[in-house]
Design a protein around this ligand. Structure first.
Ligand SMILES: O=C(O)C[C@H]1C=CC(=O)O1
Length: 96
């Protein structure tokens, strides 16, 4: 099942810089790990914002939630999830 996920990062200004750097590094490692599994199919930076737009390919909402909540920055992100289904005019066989 495909999900469009938008993540807005909101790190509190009073979080110590070393803690922020460690969180970002851990986030990067976890994000790359999930992309390598194929579950995190696309990851795009939203121009001009500390936000991303992503496409996840997972078995369902529970697996998506488990993945998103495994992200080190999860407590500091506002996340919006939109379930996707195939568009009848799509020419891409891997849209499902
Ligand atoms: O930077 C972000 O958009 C937040 C988060 C998502 C992937 C990643 O590496 O960090």
């Amino acid at each position: 099942m495909l999900f469009h996920v938008e993540m807005d990062v909101r790190i509190p200004y009073d979080l110590p810089a070393e803690k922020v750097d460690a969180l970002k590094q851990a986030e990067r490692v976890r994000a790359m790990e999930l992309q390598r599994t194929g579950a995190w199919r696309h990851l795009w930076r939203v121009a001009g914002r500390y936000a991303n737009v992503s496409i996840f390919d997972v078995s369902g909402a529970q697996e998506l939630h488990d993945m998103l909540s495994s992200l080190p920055l999860f407590p500091f992100m506002e996340i919006h999830v939109t379930p996707l289904c195939r568009h009848p005019s799509s020419i891409h066989d891997d849209d499902r």
